[in-house]
Design a protein around this ligand. Structure first.
Ligand SMILES: [Zn+2]
Length: 145
């Protein structure tokens, strides 16, 4: 998960608020930041999803400020949020541990959704499992039937 900044320093993952056109605010977006030169960058794996969420918000015909929490719609952000809240310094280990718990939890929910034959819920859980397994393919091999 570590990334090196072009200035040579290691970057940290932090959760930031991303603002677009001064009207859209998305909170808890994971970004790589460099404490040395102040450079920051969205996690490339999550970039598309952040853009999609922005587009969706822009389509809503509302005036004034809009805000959303990225960790509500994205499991990777949600797990990272939990890691940050836990205050651990070993983000990799923590992410693996909390991520595994999350996958198990989602699989439990999936079984429940399947029992109730709630197709919409099943789709949502599948989407969330995909997000988290896609982020660390080497760690999570998720199988759903
Ligand atoms: Zn730097």
């Amino acid at each position: 998960m570590n990334k090196r900044c072009s200035c040579g320093h290691d970057m940290d993952i932090t959760l930031r608020t991303v603002v677009h056109a001064r009207t859209i605010e998305i909170h808890h977006v994971p970004v790589y930041t460099c404490a040395e030169c102040d450079y920051s960058e969205l996690l490339p794996e999550l970039k598309q999803e952040v853009i999609q969420l922005m587009k969706k918000m822009m389509q809503e015909e509302r005036t004034g400020k809009m805000s959303a929490y990225f960790d509500d719609v994205n499991e990777v952000a949600s797990v990272l949020k939990e890691c940050v809240d836990a205050g651990g310094w070993h983000l990799d280990e923590l992410f693996q541990q909390i991520g595994e718990e999350r996958v198990n939890h989602l699989l439990d929910l999936y079984l429940m959704a399947k029992t109730w034959n709630d197709k919409e819920w099943m789709c949502d859980i599948q989407r969330r499992l995909k997000q988290i397994s896609g982020f660390r393919t080497e760690t999570y091999r998720v199988k759903i039937s």
